[in-house]
Design a protein around this ligand. Structure first.
Ligand code: CA
Length: 362
């Protein structure tokens, strides 16, 4: 009886495969086609966190597709400069890019909302907004005119406020402060009376050492320790009010994506989602180790920004974001969606993670 069932099953399987030669379709049909793609990034090759995510993504895509889709990852400047990733993928020079949406504010006013905005969503919240709150649909809408399909692919978590050579006790202490802080956070510092300066990461150490700037933000302990800022700055302030959960992006050229068979498209999507979570996991694990080392080994003074300073910065941030929203209909739609989402998650966060963390410290 069992033997007969096995034979019947085997016959059924053969029929399902389209005849007497199982696998023949795979050898000659669309599944046999291979794709060799390139991905340009805005980071140095293999840069901790930001740069390891695209490498893991490429490894997983190759493994899951059995080598039918391979992605070669290029560091910033290898094929195109860091801030030309968007154009290179949009124009189809390469198929994929890894960067951060807030770099494209000049092209798309709503773009920063798909990365991070001052006093906006944290990592868990923005992931929820993207995947279960309509965020990703709006992001796709924003990038569609540029021939691009975006996917969230990494998150830094809450960053640090930065390295300061001046103590910040009141909002007035920000007056005249020369700080490297790009984007909307920089606009907030500017309105608070400071001077926001954008300097590439590689020049920050020297700029701090020679007092060209009084303060700099970068990322968080894992990346900051590697740059050696503890040797040229007195205080390390938290929290990173200006980048509470920076989303990194995978962007795929639309025609290239549509040329993939459905299974490879699914592999790209799932590998991006895995890399998205993995970057946050890497930062969570490594930041804790690096912070301890900064304190124990390098004697870094880690300080909280006073409540008064944070509430002042929050008020200015609200003005900056409302003005950005008023400048563009899509930005207005996205900010309204994020604000409504944040109202809900903040209430829930207060009675779950916030309440729990407080209880655990006691
Ligand atoms: Ca930063």
């Amino acid at each position: 009886m069992i033997k007969r069932m096995t034979i019947t099953l085997a016959t059924l399987l053969l029929v399902a495969c389209g005849g007497g030669e199982p696998g023949s379709e795979a050898a000659t049909g669309p599944a046999a086609k291979t794709f060799k793609w390139k991905m340009v990034t805005s980071w140095p090759k293999n840069y901790p966190g930001l740069g390891t995510a695209p490498e893991r993504f490429a490894e997983n895509v190759e493994r899951m597709s059995g080598g039918r889709l391979t992605v070669r990852v290029y560091g910033a400047g290898e094929l195109v400069p860091a801030l030309e990733v968007f154009d290179a993928v949009s124009q189809g020079t390469v198929e994929m890019g890894h960067s951060g949406a807030y770099y494209w504010k000049g092209k798309i006013p709503a773009a920063p909302f798909f990365a991070t905005v001052p006093f906006g969503l944290n990592a868990r919240e923005i992931n929820a907004w993207m995947h279960h709150g309509g965020g990703l649909e709006m992001w796709r809408e924003a990038y569609a005119p540029f021939n691009l399909i975006p996917f969230p692919m990494g998150n830094s978590g809450v960053q640090m406020a930065g390295w300061f050579n001046r103590e910040i006790n009141t909002l007035d202490d920000l007056k005249g402060l020369k700080m490297r802080i790009p984007g909307l956070g920089g606009e907030v510092i500017h309105r608070a009376g400071g001077q926001s300066i954008n300097i590439p990461g590689g020049e920050l150490y020297t700029s701090m050492q020679t007092n060209v700037i009084d303060a700099t933000e970068w990322v968080s302990p894992y990346n900051d320790m590697a740059f050696g800022f503890y040797q040229v700055a007195k205080y390390y302030y938290y929290p990173g009010w200006h980048e509470p959960g920076a989303v990194l992006e995978l962007m795929v050229n639309k025609q290239a994506f549509e040329s993939l068979p459905a299974d490879l498209q699914a592999i790209v999507e799932v590998a991006a989602r895995a890399a998205n979570q993995d970057m946050l996991d890497e930062y969570t694990a490594q930041n804790a180790i690096s912070l301890q080392e900064l304190i124990d080994k390098h004697g870094v003074e880690v300080k909280p920004l006073p409540d008064e300073v944070l509430s002042g910065l929050k008020e200015i941030s609200g003005q900056v974001l409302n003005e950005l929203a008023a400048s563009d209909p899509l930005a207005a739609k996205v900010w309204a969606s994020q604000k409504a989402f944040m109202e809900r998650t903040m209430s829930y966060e207060a009675i779950t993670d916030e309440a729990y963390s407080k209880a655990r410290r006691k």
